[in-house]
Design a protein around this ligand. Structure first.
Ligand code: 5GP
Ligand code: ZN
Length: 107
């Protein structure tokens, strides 16, 4: 998606403060953090929102979710963290590229 902010971040066209990257996912710090540690995990594949996901996205969603505890631990959130996926306008979603918020504080 050429006009998608997070596709541009995933492609390296817009810089981000990177937490993690592999072939299919990127994680980076949120530009307006709501907690001392706040990063986003995105699939590199453009999917507009959780509401657009179906059975074909099952593995992708599972892997995205499993990255949260791994990266939270790497970021020093040893005693826990919060996760959220804002979905749709009514769900407060502002960027229409699927992303998982992970936030909390260092232990
Ligand atoms: P949403 O409400 O869509 O779940 O949240 C989008 C998040 O993306 C917001 O927390 C916002 O601060 C973050 N964000 C928006 N634009 C940028 C950007 O250019 N860079 C980074 N790192 N985060 C962004
Ligand atoms: Zn996108």
């Amino acid at each position: 998606m050429s006009d998608c902010l997070f596709c541009k971040i995933a492609a390296g066209e817009i810089p981000s403060n990177k937490v993690y990257e592999d072939e299919d996912f990127l994680a980076f710090h949120d530009i307006r953090p709501i907690a001392p540690v706040h990063f986003l995990i995105i699939p590199k594949l453009h999917v507009a929102s959780l509401a657009q996901c179906g059975a074909s996205h099952q593995a992708l969603l599972g892997r995205m979710l499993l990255l949260a505890p791994q990266l939270a631990a790497e970021q020093g959130m040893a005693d826990g963290f919060k996760c959220g996926i804002n979905t749709g306008v009514g769900g407060g979603q502002e960027v229409f590229h699927l992303h998982l918020h992970v936030f909390g504080h260092k232990a």
